[in-house]
Design a protein around this ligand. Structure first.
Ligand code: ARG
Length: 753
């Protein structure tokens, strides 16, 4: 904590000393050693064993990593188990992709919400997985001493892989568990994580977007917030309780632990902790690293994504079917786009580079004071700075090229899938041997059949007119922003031919490419021919892009080669300089917890934000013609009659969201916010605009986590959606009256009075 506190000293002086946010994404296995005493002081009432235990069930058993693969890594979100029948809560924006996939004009679950009124109505989601951590183990001492300092980075990596593969195999217990080993502190420590990965995860409920995404992209990353950002899933297992792919006979998971739910509500300064799977932070980045990001990395992303979002939006606004098809893609890019803008702005406004430079000056002084340190660390900052200078050269064109060229439009991405087929067709043509020819033909048939099978999925979220406009806009950006040396010959030729009118070129491509719609792709795949591919205008351009970007990419990868090693040594230096500081590792998609309090903040001079928002705030923001701020009549009615049941606050109001000073990042979305007794009080779903630079520099005065109050979640499920059977599954904390729905009326009267 000390390092970053030092970093932001000047910042404190400017803004006074309001309460600080609590920095740190801590590893569960060290809860007792590092954090417990402090947590108790802040209000935790559980024992360390009730939180993290390998031998008994504990809180950690209710925390779930959501992924789109059976590999226990790359969690896109967190969920928590809330019933003894495997029911899980996560965010609406975490379930968004799944909800979108089940949506159509006829069943528009994005707009209308979805509620399974019985188990048989719960919807399976192919590929979606839920990981529960069994235990973690420190492998540092088995790995680091075996690695010689003279190893190249590549050899170091393969040495680590070799050692860990044996350990992983043993820990997997014949495939019962999925095991992953991850590097921490820039390769100075290694930990193993052993998971049970469940493969049958079903959608149980989702509010309409007018609740779950209320405020849309306008309110995204901002407080005050009024979003009911939750959705509900359930884990299923084989009848014997083991993980299994979807099958009708599967049964709901019997979890080791599920979180009880408190409907007592929160007060300012209440203890709050968050458990989950933060994806990635770079808190130990140097000033040159930060500069590299904001000067070179973010600008092309902000530019190109902004253009793409505009085109999508035009089409989505004009056609309800396009709106459904592009909803998830749009939400993902829009979220990232605003994040890059916010982070760039935050870094500048808060002078993150200046603060880091001040810290580095202090480090240099510490190094210079001792000969031994000079030998070990004397060159480390120079090496890092030099590597970033090297990496800065040529990065922008490469980013532009990849996101406007081959990754610019759906048609270009789809064209790439034909490259393997083209190679085979070419080989077939050149093959003289009849036997080998027959084998090739069979290979081609299999590949084409696989592509045919994937056809409807490939085109499900595609609209030809939209993609044509995206293609035109992206091709134009490529032409303008990527140096001529990276232009495919065809692009320059077409630009000339169409006299700079790339929309006309796009029209030509989309009316002549077999890849522009599923019908023509199908015809081709039934009878693939080299000739058709060779003259296909989309395929030809995609090939041109690949021929340019592949060598450029491999050349770029040779730049800044020494960076990994230098950053590892830098990490050693800063830890050695601050021996009494408890360091937490950067987020890397492994389970962490963060603890602190419910807390307001002062975003700028003379402005203080309250720590809670209410349902009346939803009504204040209502804009009937703007779908970001649309409010359903049913919700208005509940508001007008104050029909909140047992979910109302003590003053009779309905709380929607609240703030904590916890330390989270992307991947924590959906994470449980838990009180001192281990009960669920809310779901974390966002960070705030004033602290957007937080992934590279924590800002105690400003950083807050935005949480949807669990009482609002239950109110929407029960009162709004009439899915009270789901509330009945929960363990509601005893300190408040139980939500007996049949007696609701009496409770309401008490609350309204
Ligand atoms: N900013 C949130 C996150 O990164 C996502 C919020 C989604 N809501 C939205 N309106 N796009 O987790």
């Amino acid at each position: 904590m000390k390092k970053l506190t030092l970093l932001f000293v000047a910042f404190f002086l400017l803004t006074g000393t309001h309460l600080k946010a609590d920095e740190g994404m801590w590893l569960p296995m060290y809860v007792k050693r590092l954090n417990f005493v402090d947590m108790q002081k802040k209000g935790l009432q559980l024992t360390p064993e009730e939180i993290y235990s390998v031998n008994h069930s504990s809180l950690k058993d209710a925390i779930v990593g959501l992924a789109n693969s059976p590999k226990p890594s790359g969690y896109f979100c967190t969920a928590e188990i809330v019933s003894d029948e495997g029911l899980m809560f996560t965010n609406h924006h975490c379930g968004y992709d799944a909800i979108q996939k089940h949506s159509s004009l006829e069943y528009d679950y994005l707009t209308d919400g979805f509620w399974a009124m019985g188990r048989e109505e719960e919807l399976p989601n192919e590929g979606m997985t839920a990981s529960v951590l069994i235990y973690m183990e420190d492998l540092t001492d088995s790995i680091i001493p075996t690695l010689s300092d003279t190893l190249s980075e590549a050899d170091r990596k393969s040495a680590v892989r070799e050692i860990t593969s044996r350990i992983k195999k043993r820990a997997s217990e014949e495939g019962k568990y999925n095991v992953i080993v991850k590097s921490f502190f820039e390769g100075n420590e290694y930990y193993m994580f052993v998971y049970e990965v469940y493969l049958d995860v079903r959608l149980v409920g989702a509010p309409p977007s007018s609740v779950g995404k209320f405020g849309g992209d306008t309110d995204n990353w901002m407080w005050p917030r009024h979003t009911g950002d939750f959705s509900i899933f359930r884990i299923y297992t084989a009848p014997d309780g083991s993980p299994a792919e979807y099958a009708a006979e599967n049964i709901p998971l019997k979890p080791k632990h599920h979180l009880p739910v408190s409907i007592d509500g929160v007060q300012e300064n209440d203890f709050a902790m968050i458990w989950g799977f933060p994806g990635s932070t770079e808190r130990y980045l140097t000033s040159s690293g930060v500069q590299f990001k904001v000067d070179h990395y973010f600008p092309p992303l902000i530019d190109a994504f902004g253009v793409k979002l505009d085109v999508w939006k035009q089409h989505m606004d004009a056609d309800p079917e396009v709106k459904i098809k592009y909803a998830s893609k749009h939400a993902g890019i829009a979220n990232g786009w605003k994040y890059f803008i916010g982070q760039s702005k935050g870094v500048k406004d808060l002078d993150v580079v200046g603060q880091k430079e001040a810290f580095e000056a202090e480090l240099e002084e510490w190094i210079a004071a001792d000969e031994n340190r000079q030998q070990k660390y004397g060159m480390v900052l120079t090496e890092i700075d030099d590597a970033y200078i090297e990496k800065s050269d040529g990065i922008e064109p490469l980013i532009y090229a990849s996101i406007t060229g081959i990754g610019g439009s759906d048609i270009m991405a789809y064209a790439q899938k034909f490259m393997g087929l083209k190679e085979m067709l070419k080989q077939l043509k050149e093959e003289k041997d009849n036997k080998k020819k027959a084998k090739k033909e069979e290979q081609i048939r299999n590949t084409a059949d696989n592509m045919l099978a994937a056809l409807s999925a490939d085109f499900k979220n595609y609209d030809k007119a939209t993609d044509q406009d995206v293609f035109a806009a992206m091709t134009e950006l490529y032409f303008k922003k990527v140096p001529v040396s990276f232009h495919p010959e065809l692009l320059d030729k077409m630009e000339k031919k169409y006299k700079g009118d790339l929309a006309a070129y796009a029209a030509y491509v989309f009316s002549n490419s077999l890849m522009a719609d599923s019908g023509s792709a199908k015809v081709f795949l039934k009878n693939p021919s080299l000739k058709a591919l060779d003259k296909d205008p989309a395929f030809e351009l995609a090939q041109g892009y690949m021929q340019k970007i592949m060598p450029a990419g491999s050349e770029y990868r040779t730049k800044g080669k020494g960076l990994d090693k230098a950053e590892r040594i830098y990490m050693q230096a800063i830890r050695e300089m601050q021996p009494d500081k408890a360091f937490y590792p950067d987020a890397n998609s492994t389970m962490r917890f963060t603890y602190g309090q419910v807390m307001d903040y002062i975003p700028r001079d003379a402005v203080q934000y309250d720590y809670v928002t209410h349902l009346w705030g939803v009504m204040e923001k209502e804009a009937p013609d703007n779908d970001e701020f649309y409010v359903e009549p049913k919700l208005k009615e509940l508001f007008e009659t104050k029909d909140y049941g047992p979910y109302a606050a003590k003053d009779g109001s309905m709380v929607v969201c609240f703030l904590t000073n916890n330390d989270i990042t992307g991947g924590n979305s959906g994470s449980p916010v838990i009180n001192g007794k281990g009960e669920l009080i809310g779901l974390a779903f966002d960070g705030n605009w004033e602290a957007m630079s937080s992934d590279i520099g924590f800002i105690p005065d400003l950083q807050r986590t935005i949480v949807v109050d669990v009482r609002y979640v239950l109110f929407i499920i029960d009162k709004y959606a009439g899915a009270g059977h789901l509330v009945d599954e929960l363990t509601i904390s005893q300190s408040a009256p139980q939500p007996v729905r049949t007696e609701m009326k009496t409770v309401i009267e008490v609350v309204v009075d």
